[in-house]
Design a binder for this molecule. Structure first.
Ligand SMILES: [Zn+2]
Length: 350
């Protein structure tokens, strides 16, 4: 109750306080002039009644006016409107990387950073290793592979790796490093059904408008009793606030662990590992079959939206306090002191 009194929804401003760049301003002008077309996005639980929708924020991390909705029925956060199909592919080809990733070109230093001992790539690889399933894996495929940094540890371990992505410059770099990468979405002429032992989806799933159909396609590529590794920004991630990572136009959904457990259970896959950050490893059962009539068990998620709402309000409150302290220190000209104190947190939030 106290939080509701102090932190009202929707949050009054966006979560990125940096001034807009020239590229960001140009993109916002494109949106304003209607160069990109939007369509309605209904909740995955099937709810169409707006009285179950809570508007969490009305602006994304770079200033795009777009509502993020928390569904009271199932606890899922979604964008109220999303790009239509042609706008979506145009967006990923021309604007996405520079706007939301911050880099358009790759070099040796960039790649080295992405495969370092403390990198995401290494963490994902270690998780598979720690589960004791590495010997079960020979063919590894990544959707949205960038330059192939998540595939790299497998490549170095003499596994067969392949991947697909839209960023041609990144792909070229990975190909030149000896990995089998191709441009575009999943191509079943190149990646055949029932051929993969592990499919990696690292920060891809939250971009997908129809995750159920997408998972059906992904699962068709995986051999029976083999694996899918998924990583998405999680609401209850205490290491990296979801306020920094999730409220972005390309992120159609912001997931929490309980919702995903419900979704994966509905899809009939086995959950070997899942945490709040959220990283998970799924296993495709021996006789897995896509079920058209499957529905989310929303009754089990009845009060989850309260937890999600409270968590976001707490994170927002902490963020406000932090910026307040930083501004005071800046005012007192203690910049070097600020850098030392907040270096680690800032690094974590990038
Ligand atoms: Zn819902």
């Amino acid at each position: 109750m106290m939080l509701d009194f102090f932190i009202k929804l929707p949050f009054s401003n966006n979560f990125n306080t940096s001034p807009l760049t020239v590229v960001q301003k140009a993109f916002l002008a494109k949106i304003e002039h209607g160069e990109y077309k939007f369509k309605e996005n209904h909740c995955l639980c099937g709810n169409l009644d707006k009285k179950h929708d809570i508007v969490i924020s009305s602006i994304d991390s770079i200033g795009v006016s777009i509502n993020n909705i928390l569904c009271k029925k199932c606890s899922l956060i979604r964008l109220e409107k999303i790009f239509d199909d042609s706008s979506l592919s145009e967006f990923y080809k021309t604007d996405y990387t520079e706007l939301y990733i911050g880099a358009k070109y790759i070099n040796d230093e960039y790649f080295k950073h992405e495969i370092a001992a403390d990198s995401r790539s290494r963490r994902l690889f270690n998780l598979v290793e720690n589960l004791g399933i590495m010997d079960d894996i020979n063919n590894v495929f990544e959707i949205g592979c960038g330059a192939g940094w998540n595939l790299w540890p497998y490549h170095k371990s003499n596994k067969n790796v392949s991947g697909c992505d839209y960023g041609i410059d990144f792909l070229k770099y990975g190909i030149q490093k000896g990995m089998n990468l191709y441009e575009g979405a999943i191509n079943k002429n190149i990646t055949s059904e029932d051929t993969q032992d592990l499919i990696i989806l690292s920060h891809v799933f939250e971009h997908i408008a129809d995750p159920i159909t997408f998972m059906d396609e992904v699962l068709s590529l995986v051999k029976a009793n083999k694996y899918i590794q998924i990583e998405v920004p999680g609401v209850f991630n205490r290491k990296k606030s979801v306020l920094n990572t999730a409220f972005q136009l390309p992120h159609i959904y912001t997931y929490n662990k309980r919702f995903l457990i419900n979704l994966f259970t509905m899809l009939g896959v086995e959950i070997l590992y899942i945490d709040d950050e959220i990283t998970c490893i799924l296993k495709k059962p021996e006789k897995w079959q896509y079920c058209n009539n499957a529905k989310l068990e929303v009754d089990t998620l009845q009060y989850e939206y309260c937890r999600v709402k409270k968590e976001l309000q707490q994170q927002y409150f902490k963020k406000k306090i932090r910026y307040f302290v930083i501004n005071i220190l800046k005012f007192l000209k203690l910049k070097e002191c600020i850098k030392t104190i907040f270096k680690k947190q800032e690094h974590n939030e990038l």
